[in-house]
Ligand binder design. Structure first.
Ligand code: FAS
Ligand code: PHB
Length: 389
């Protein structure tokens, strides 16, 4: 088989890149290790920056999002019971969209099916070859048969544990990492959300987040230590812990019920540099990871993909390599700013085992400064709603 661009991974990055390229007549093949249902079964991000919403509109996959997504004008941060709402529309004239990553992925999958573009699910032993030259190839196993695809470019959109970054010679990569001493235990429940907007809560027992997927489906998280096991957390234990971390008024409104999903995600900050190796490009979680505190993971995947799609379209339409030569530096500039914001939000809202009394006072003072300074509030708002592409 031959195609123009082989995309590794059918998560949001791979599917969105495929959509943007196919819309311009650039043929792609997506290779996905898991089944379609497995990919859709992963519960992940919930907040889309305004720029991501506009990109999905440009890609022609925003119909259901516009109908079912929830536009949010602000968020609440609470610190040991003191709460403050940050009004994004008032501060920076922008908003965010609450629409689950699962639904974004589903919309992209359905659009790809309708376009007739090739996606190989349950592709095993995907391997990248000769991407340091101008004739890259990808091999994979499907139903016991080995296949090979020759192509012009390979886009590694296969997440943190994927094969793409792992295929780059170690001495060609610089990595930067911060592993946090805690994770997020998340629960999905078919109950109305506790509030109309998201609540990020700092508490001496640990961080908590109240989010949602729709007016009838809620998503909650509590910070847990890295040695916690999800099987040790009954629903009742989760609800009790969540209530203890929220202020009394919010806790009193909490509607609980049986979990329909419960999982623990580790938290890390990670960046690999550069994002290009000859004819191989990395995008999304394959290139970087942020702690979900800033709601940036999915949105960074979208901005990488926007830059990469623009570069590849320029290559095919104008026979210019300027865009692909600039992709890595351009994407990393935005990546590092999102890494900073995600690290900062994580640092002020979580409890760290080694934080002393001075450190705890600094966390509280960060909150007090945010609340008292319009400039600080505007900085939070512009980062949360998404820095310019
Ligand atoms: P993804 O990991 O989504 O997709 C990569 C795809 O590649 C997967 O389908 C995988 O099966 C496939 N793949 C992997 N190896 C392969 C191989 N060898 N061959 C073929 N295919 C392969 N972000 C937020 O903003 N908010 C959150 O609350 C949040 N929660 C998260 C919870 C968890 C457990 C994780 C892991 C991430 C979370 N994120 C969150 C971040 C998440 O949303 C990512 O940013 C987003 O999925 C990035 O999309 P992709 O880059 O497409 O990577
Ligand atoms: C979610 O709804 O899953 C969510 C929302 C905001 C975050 C992280 C996760 O910062």
């Amino acid at each position: 088989m031959r195609t123009k661009v082989v995309i590794i991974g059918a998560g949001p990055a791979g599917l969105l890149l495929g959509r943007l390229l196919e819309n311009q007549g650039i043929e792609t093949v997506i290779l996905e290790r898991r089944s379609r249902d497995y990919v859709l079964g992963r519960i992940r991000a919930g907040v889309l920056e305004q720029g991501t919403v506009e990109l999905l509109e440009q890609a022609g996959v925003s119909g259901r999002m516009q109908a079912e997504g929830l536009i949010h004008d602000g968020v609440e941060l609470s610190f040991d019971g003191d709460a403050h709402r940050f009004d994004f529309r008032e501060l920076v004239g922008r908003t965010v969209m609450v629409y689950g990553q699962t639904e974004v992925t589903r919309d992209l999958m359905l659009a790809r099916d309708a376009s007739g573009a090739t996606t190989i699910y349950e592709a095993e032993n995907v391997a990248l070859h000769a991407f340091d030259g101008d004739k890259p190839r990808v091999t994979y196993l499907k139903d016991g048969t080995e296949h090979e695809i020759s192509c012009d470019f390979i886009a590694g959109c296969d997440g943190y544990h994927g094969v793409s970054r792992a295929s780059v010679p170690e001495n060609a990569l610089r990595t930067f990492e911060r592993v946090y001493p805690f994770g997020w235990l998340g629960i999905l429940v078919d109950r109305p959300p506790v509030a109309d907007e998201l609540i990020y809560a700092h508490h001496s027992r640990g961080f908590a987040l109240c989010s949602m997927r729709s007016p009838t489906r809620s998503r909650y998280y509590v910070q847990v230590s890295t040695d916690e096991k999800v099987e040790d957390w009954s629903d009742d234990r989760f609800w009790d812990e969540l209530r203890r971390r929220l202020n009394d008024e919010t806790a009193g409104r909490l509607l609980t019920g049986p979990s329909i999903e419960k999982s623990i995600a580790p938290l890390r900050s990670f960046v690999a540099e550069p994002l290009r190796f000859g004819r191989l490009f990395l995008a999304g979680d394959a290139a970087h990871i942020v702690p979900p505190t800033g709601a940036k993971g999915l949105n960074l995947a979208a901005s990488d993909v926007r830059y990469l799609a623009e570069a590849l379209i320029e290559y095919y339409e104008e026979r210019s390599s300027a865009g692909i030569d600039a992709y890595s530096a351009r994407a990393l500039t935005r990546v590092w700013k999102a890494e900073r914001f995600s690290w900062w939000m994580t640092s002020i809202l979580h409890t760290f085992p080694d934080t002393d009394a001075f450190g705890r006072r600094m966390q509280r003072t960060e909150f007090d400064y945010l609340v008292s300074s319009e400039a600080a509030s505007r900085s939070l708002a512009e980062n949360y709603t998404g820095l310019p592409f």
